[in-house]
Write a protein that binds this ligand. Structure first.
Ligand code: SF4
Length: 292
């Protein structure tokens, strides 16, 4: 469908339009012109730099065309499809310099598993941290039969990591080191994570702001209390050779000390979390809006 026809439909229905530019389908005349300019003026630019410049130019030109066709500025969002993090950063920094239109960030063809997650998070995180970007997508190639919602979970984590939005309580668990030889802190961290995940749907319906809750499960009482105090609720388990007691901190202050088997510790910690949620967060008067 012709660009002008798409714009006309958007003008008629008033819906937002995403102007998408893809490196593989750039206007060949524009690319040729920039390549020749590079040669004639001996500019020494790489072909990647030229392609990135053409993507920005193309996005800006298409936006101007859409505005001429009658679209409102608030109907237009720009998206440039790039598969290398450094190119995404370069293209979007330039777009942000040249336009105040909303920008959609996403690394296309990011790949599977760890690679897709890390490449996407690196590029999107750097841009968002600079205040660039209004919507995001983490494109992941799923495993056969894999859960497509992984993309959404990853996007939520990026926004939460940067402090831009809160979707669910964050649980800090120390990585473990020579100070601890038991796996109790890892098991408790997993247990707390599963417990919070299970309780969140109900808590979200009942309390305002519960998604900003911060928990910490640390592996020793030498360095653990620092991180525990920084959380809303933190517990430091005994490291190697330490007394079998676990100080719990609430909002930076020592609250009590727990003792017992790993199961007993988990049970006592759950009670503390429940009490904190019930007393520190304001009950909702209406149900929260559904995520779409
Ligand atoms: S909190 Fe203690 S056990 Fe955990 S990484 Fe730090 S020093 Fe090691």
């Amino acid at each position: 469908m012709q660009f002008a026809t798409i714009c006309k439909i958007a003008v008629d229905n008033g819906k937002p339009v995403r102007i998408g530019v893809n490196g593989g389908s750039l206007n060949p005349e524009l690319v040729m012109q920039k390549m020749e300019e590079n040669t004639d003026k001996n500019l020494g630019r790489t072909s990647d730099e030229i392609i990135n410049e053409c993507m920005v130019l193309s996005a800006i030109q298409s936006t101007e065309l859409a505005l001429e066709c009658g679209l409102r500025k608030d109907q237009i969002i720009i998206s440039c499809k790039v598969s290398v993090p450094q190119h995404l950063i370069e293209v979007y920094r330039e777009l942000a310099r040249q336009t105040d239109q909303p920008l959609h960030l996403g690394l296309t063809e990011a790949g599977m598993g760890r690679k897709g997650l890390i490449w996407s998070s690196t590029a999107i995180g750097i841009l968002l941290n600079e205040g660039i970007g209004d919507t995001i997508r983490v494109s992941l190639t799923p495993q056969p039969g894999g859960d497509r919602r992984e993309e959404v979970y990853a996007a939520c984590e990026i926004l939460q990591a940067l402090g831009l939005r809160s979707f669910s309580p964050s649980i800090t668990a120390c990585p473990g080191c020579g100070r601890t030889t038991s796996t109790t802190f890892q098991e408790l961290a997993e247990h707390v994570e599963a417990y919070v995940r299970a309780r969140m749907p109900e808590w979200k319906r009942q309390y305002e702001g519960v998604e900003s809750l911060r928990l910490a499960v640390m592996g020793c009482v030498v360095n653990g209390p620092g991180e525990s105090k920084a959380a809303n609720i933190g517990i430091s388990l005994p490291g190697t050779g330490e007394a079998p007691s676990c100080p719990v901190y609430i909002d930076g202050k020592k609250y009590k000390t727990l003792t017992g088997t790993p199961e007993e510790l988990a049970s006592q910690f759950r009670v503390i979390i429940d009490e904190y949620v019930a007393t520190r967060y304001t009950p909702r008067v209406t149900a929260p809006p559904a995520l779409v």
